[in-house]
Design a protein around this ligand. Structure first.
Ligand SMILES: [Cu+2]
Length: 312
């Protein structure tokens, strides 16, 4: 997108939020409102202007309750104005020549909602499987507004009120996406507003046994910054997410024995590894005894080979 086009878009969006306008409807001189249908925004004014030499007419709203009630009374010259504040369709009629449900001398004012704005998406992350209930905050939401997450429609969308929509996330590939609210009055988009994340998968702990206070390395996939680690339900107090596949965590001070290791991402998705054993605090070897035996055996074999060479 080049700069000129961006400038155009900005100008266009500013134009969309134009200041209040006044639209004129001519009454008469015969039996007519002209134009019979006008489209305005909330805050705009309609001014009915009786044509020179007009027959006597009225302009009065069909509705008799609420903010959009008006009645000019019988006039054959001059003007009458009403400022609309409520979105919707507001039919009206001339009481001398028609009825609220008639067609002889009727008109309608369509008051559009201002375009929606989208300010917040909470929570901002969830599983790729979807099913997360997300609350969108903004303005000018109305019945019929639809939501997309990275172009995908939620499995459920409820417009709670003009400022709140709840939506259940669809399944979506791993990644951060824009969230958009599309209404008849316009579309609001919040870029990078929601992250679909794979569930973590904990595949190992190295070494597979260690004692309290010793840092071990947890390996796997889809670890997120801010992930927590527990050993048999007790949190490690020293966790470092090195990258998406590596976490270092200090074994907490718990009794020896098997301990499930659970990694929980900030989006609440978690994964359990069951192959870890907590050793007694006093029995932590400096090196794995099996490795010591292997090294000793290797040196012994090398030594025998050297001796045999010298002997020939
Ligand atoms: Cu009339």
């Amino acid at each position: 997108m080049n700069r000129a086009f961006v400038a155009f878009l900005i100008a266009a969006s500013v134009a969309a939020a134009a200041p209040a306008a006044t639209v004129t409807v001519t009454v008469g001189p015969g039996i007519s409102f002209s134009p019979a249908t006008v489209n305005i925004n909330a805050g705009d004014t309609v001014q009915w202007s009786w044509a020179p030499g007009s027959l006597p007419h009225t302009s009065q709203s069909n509705t008799t309750t609420g903010a959009e009630v008006w009645n000019s009374g019988v006039k054959s010259s001059g003007t009458f104005s009403h400022t609309f504040t409520t979105a919707g369709n507001w039919p009206y009629y001339c009481s001398l020549h028609s009825t609220p449900t008639g067609t002889a001398m009727n008109g309608v004012v369509h008051v559009a909602l201002p375009a929606p704005t989208l300010a917040s998406v909470n929570p901002a992350a969830g599983p790729t499987a979807g099913g997360t209930s997300v609350t969108l905050g903004g303005t000018n939401f109305a019945a019929g507004c639809t939501v997309t997450f990275g172009g995908s429609a939620p499995t459920a969308t409820t417009v709670q009120n003009a400022n709140t929509i709840t939506a259940t996330t669809p399944a979506h590939a791993d990644g951060t996406v824009a969230v958009a609210v599309a209404c008849s009055s316009g579309t609001a988009t919040l870029n990078n507003a929601y992250t679909f994340a794979n569930a973590p998968n904990t595949t190992g702990v190295v070494p597979s046994s260690s004692g309290p206070g010793i840092a071990v390395t947890v390996t796997g996939t889809a670890f997120q910054t801010g992930a927590t680690v527990t050993f048999r339900g007790t949190a490690s107090t020293n966790v470092t997410v090195v990258n998406t596949s590596t976490i270092t965590a200090t074994v907490p001070n718990i009794t020896p024995g098997a301990a499930a290791v659970v990694v929980t991402n900030p989006d609440a998705q978690n994964s359990t590894f069951t192959g870890f054993t907590v050793l007694p605090a006093t029995a932590v070897p400096m090196l794995d005894p099996r490795l010591m035996w292997m090294l000793a055996a290797a040196f012994a074999v090398m030594g025998i080979m050297v001796i045999q060479r010298r002997g020939t």
